[in-house]
Write a protein that binds this ligand. Sequence first.
Ligand SMILES: *Cc1c(COP(=O)(O)O)cnc(C)c1O
Length: 333
Amino acid sequence: MPRLEDEAFEKSFAQFCEVKGCVGVGNGLDALMLSLKALGIKAGDEVIVPSNTYIATALAVTYVGAKPVFVEPDIRTFNINPEKIEDAITEKTKAIMPVHLYGQPCEMDPIMEIAKKYHLYVVEDCAQAHGATYKGKKIGSFGDAAGFSFYPGKNLGALGDAGAAISNDMELLAKIRALGNYGSDYKYHHIYQGNNSRLDEMQAAFLAAKLPHLEKMNCERRRIASRYLNGINNPNVVLPYVIDDVSPVWHIFAIRSNRRDELEKYLNENEIGTNKHYPIPMHLQECYKDLGFKKGDFPIAEEISNTELSLPMYYGMKDEEVDYVIDKINQFK
Ligand SMILES: *Cc1c(COP(=O)(O)O)cnc(C)c1O
């Protein structure tokens, strides 16, 4: 079957991300999982992931049979703390998966330095950060591979599930493509026991049409974020901290408050929709009880779970709407 739409989108998305190539897959989880699989990560291996992220990051690791090793975030940025990574490295560590959570770029220089020192792969989880930059360079272009999700709610969203892996290593990408196509390199010839995870032609066509507007949509989010950052001054609220020399894309505008639940109820009563990202940290999820963690094992991730609140943030949000949220938060006593 011809896959003209896929090819066109892959080419333009690779260009947008400043990398050599892109492979469209079925969703973001598969993009991460197939990248790990293509790098040869398997049972017995360990992969470092942040203790504060969406569950998909850890699921990609456990799907290939490897063990996720959680490393605490910097509470100010919500992202993995590079200073804590080295302590988590063992003989079995094969890769680090930085997650550019909420659209905030991770500190890629120290992360890449550690990876180089210990000969570890880096697979970036870019599902929330399409187009964000670190020191002027697009996220996703630092590691060996990166996974994106185009789930409708993401910064670049399709009409249904879709995802992509990007890399500068064309051989690795060929392997990811084969792994997502029944392990086949050409028709009815199967070199791997692959999955079925292809980018739907219709989603690809939609994404290709939307991609030229991504920069503009991200700029809108930046404008909303700076209005929030300049306007909110309630001492009960901690605003998100942006590290130097990055350009976040504000997938989520995450504040923290010791009175989070009260604040959430108050905002909801004032018809302001909020969310929590995420109410239960991964190490306390039912599905990972076999990892043997208990409450208190990752206090920073737990603190974020208990205090984080996501404010309305979407392309098309009007200044009056942003100001209404700011006023209500500032009036919260
Ligand atoms: C959405 C998301 C994913 C998974 O993407 P899907 O397309 O839903 O499979 C992975 N990691 C993070 C951080 C996400 O937010």
